[in-house]
Design a protein around this ligand. Structure first.
Ligand code: CP
Ligand code: NVA
Length: 321
């Protein structure tokens, strides 16, 4: 890996925050995916390539995480940087210090902040108040880092993004919203099927539709998931009850009947269709164990790609190349 590949990505992304995928232009997303692929193909422990020496990322987690926490920490380490893991309870934020004061103080010590929390507004306030890039590691409405990994996985598995047909079956949640932004930015035909009352946010739909007019992407909605998956290159699902919705679990079990991704459903997609899930997954709820653990599933490659796309993102936002 050589720094010579990096600058064209960096020029426009340096110093930006990633609160939703709309913070990046379609060209920046494409460049980030290219860089992520180059990083994936270069040796994991490339001793020569340490563009983040001296940089520190602070990570604030208000919800649990395996992939986001570990891949950001390992990614920073592989690029020569450092990570501080901050749980709200362990810092003064947990005792009522304002998000604004926390943001201003952290910026005096560190180079970027990653936050996983509930409401998106507090992440917007954080980004407006601090002087360093803020990365959204998942909020109730968005999961942009996940969408970058989803796009890399589709590109890797299918060879291209433009013109692919992706079907999303399940809850109109953070993962879907960011996938909608990502698909619209890269020319993907996204078909969505959710139960009534669980449709994606109309604001996100409008944003994605506007973006789609510039890339040739399309967005379609079907009430019937078996129609939505017809002829798809990839079928994507996520949990029925996201973090913070635990008390709705029973109601959602009932409401999502018929929305489990089964082998019968997969058989309606293309013969070489792949199965995607951001993980963690609940076998035999949103997806049958047969599909999740079957030959069409690429979920662990998708999880691995969190590392590569986030390394690309960190370089783009932070490196002094
Ligand atoms: N997909 C994802 O964000 O996983 P974690 O919750 O483990 O970070
Ligand atoms: N929609 C899920 C994604 C977990 C990575 C949640 O918010 O819990």
């Amino acid at each position: 890996m050589h720094t010579s590949f990096v600058p064209h990505v960096l020029k426009s992304c340096k110093g930006k925050s990633l609160l939703t995928l709309t913070n990046l232009s379609p060209e920046e997303i494409t460049n980030l995916l290219d860089l992520a692929y180059q990083l994936k193909k270069s040796t994991n422990n490339d001793e020569e390539f340490k563009p983040l020496i001296g940089k520190t990322l602070a990570m604030i987690f208000d919800k649990p995480s395996t992939r986001t926490r570990v891949s950001f920490e390992v990614g920073m380490m592989q690029l020569g940087g450092h990570v501080l893991n901050l749980n709200r309870q362990d810092i003064q934020l947990g005792r009522g210090e304002s998000i604004e004061d926390t943001a201003k103080v952290l910026a005096r010590y560190i180079d970027a902040i990653l936050i996983r929390t509930f409401d998106h507004e507090s992440v917007e306030i954080l980004a407006q108040t601090t002087t360093v890039p803020v990365i959204n590691g998942l909020t109730d409405p968005y999961h942009p880092c996940q969408a970058l990994a989803d796009l890399l996985t589709l590109q890797e598995e299918k060879g291209h993004l433009t013109g692919l047909k992706v079907a999303y079956i399940g809850d109109g949640n953070n993962v879907l919203h960011s996938l909608m932004h990502g698909a619209a930015a890269t020319g993907i035909h996204l078909t969505i099927s959710t139960p009534k009352g669980y449709e994606p946010d109309p604001t996100v739909w409008n944003e994605a539709e506007t973006l789609a007019t510039t890339t040739g992407a399309t967005l379609t909605f079907h009430n019937n998931p078996l129609i939505a998956v017809e002829d798809a290159d990839a079928v994507y699902t996520d949990v029925w009850a996201s973090m913070g919705q635990e008390e709705e679990k029973e109601k959602r079990l009932h409401d999502f009947a018929g929305f489990q991704v089964t082998q019968t459903m997969m058989n309606k997609a293309k013969d070489d269709a792949i199965f995607l899930h951001c993980l963690p997954a609940y076998r035999d709820l949103e997806v049958s164990a047969e599909v999740l653990d079957g030959p069409q599933s690429v979920v662990f490659n998708q999880a691995e790609n969190r590392l590569h796309t986030q390394k690309a993102l960190l370089i783009a936002l932070l490196a002094d190349v």
